[in-house]
Design a protein around this ligand. Structure first.
Ligand code: ADE
Ligand code: ZN
Length: 333
């Protein structure tokens, strides 16, 4: 039985496995520019974030109907359950679908159908986080927030993803202010490829509660000190960092050093269909590569629930307490 954990950094579109991509393509009458699933998998050799994003956005062409989004999310949740996930806070990229003529309602209602059944079917509580694409304009983000207004009861918060360098957090000040006024929680990718200053800006200008990735904080000792003292959670994705060349090899990943420094680290899968593993696979990989002992792994699992947004109601608190008890009682043997 895998260690119980929450997954806090997971792009639902990044769970699109080649088999499902081809099945949806066939159903929707779309021809993919790959011979078969094997040829598609062979294309998963990335030089950096942008080379991944090009493929990631391209493959989304197969996602058209509510059923498609429902199947995508249900397939992820089934795999996540096998990986010990008890709670998942799931990102989605509405602009990447709206630009193709797929309405935000189709995306949210489709994902929602799978999420509504998740506790019963998979034993996983869920939340949805709507991400804005930072390489699109601030106006487009504001329009997307406006379009999401009829569905806000399904969304816990907002995030910021896509190509980081050259698109600093401050570009999105207005939409983050508007989201805060609507009662939405706030997170943002920062310090994945972008500089440590983007992490500071995400905290100070966007008011985020968690930093997605945050890897490059290690280049700035003062920033590390701040993140430690303010207990800002970082949602790290070690397999993603290797595949997108943020680190050369997993053995050189700073996760263990970050934990030693007192940072509140969590381990997540980011886009598991593309990066060679789901979240428990990632736990195993970092354990091997970095020599993390059992108490370090337990700390990562505990952090995942503590950093989650399971704090909005008595029911949330009850769930979180139950999950934390499971982590405390977990036996590695
Ligand atoms: N969208 C999907 N995965 C991403 C990542 N690792 N960084 C930025 N945007 C993303
Ligand atoms: Zn990500």
């Amino acid at each position: 039985m895998p260690l119980p954990k929450a997954e806090l950094h997971l792009h639902i579109e990044g769970t699109l496995e080649p088999e499902l991509a081809f099945a949806l393509a066939a159903r929707n009458g779309i021809t993919l520019p790959y011979e078969d699933t094997e040829a598609l998998r062979k294309a998963y050799l990335f030089d950096d974030l942008q080379s991944f994003l090009d493929l990631y956005y391209g493959l989304m062409a197969v996602l058209l109907t509510e059923e498609d989004f429902e199947e995508l999310a249900d397939a992820y949740l089934a795999r996540a359950a096998e990986q010990g996930v008890r709670h998942a806070e799931i990102f989605f990229d509405p602009q990447a679908h709206m630009v193709r003529g797929v309405g935000i309602g189709t995306v949210i209602e489709g994902l929602g159908r799978a999420l509504d059944r998740s506790e019963e079917r998979h034993g996983i509580s869920t939340r949805l986080i709507m991400c804005f694409l930072r390489d699109q304009s601030a106006e487009s983000a504001l329009e997307t927030l406006e379009a999401a207004k009829p569905y806000l009861d399904r969304i816990i918060g907002i995030g910021l993803d896509s190509a980081e360098v050259g698109h600093p957090p401050a570009k999105f000040r207005e939409v983050y202010e508007a989201a805060a006024a609507l009662g939405l929680r706030r997170v943002a990718h920062a310090g994945e490829e972008g500089p440590p200053a983007y992490i500071t800006e995400a905290l100070d200008v966007l008011g985020v509660e968690r930093i997605d990735h945050g890897l490059r904080c290690m280049e700035d000792a003062q920033l590390v000190e701040r993140l430690v003292s303010e207990r800002v959670p970082l949602t790290l994705c070690p397999l993603s960092n290797v595949r997108l060349r943020a680190v050369d090899v997993l053995e050189e990943h700073p996760l263990a050093r970050m934990m030693d420094a007192g940072l509140l680290c969590t381990v997540n899968s980011d886009d598991p269909a593309y990066f060679g593993g789901y979240v428990d696979d990632t736990f195993h990989a970092v354990r091997e590569a970095l020599g993390l002992d059992r108490e370090r792994l337990r700390e990562l699992a505990r952090n995942s629930f503590e950093a989650s947004f399971l704090d909005g109601s008595a029911r949330d608190e009850e769930l979180r307490a139950r999950y934390l008890a499971e982590v405390a009682e977990y036996s590695f043997d």
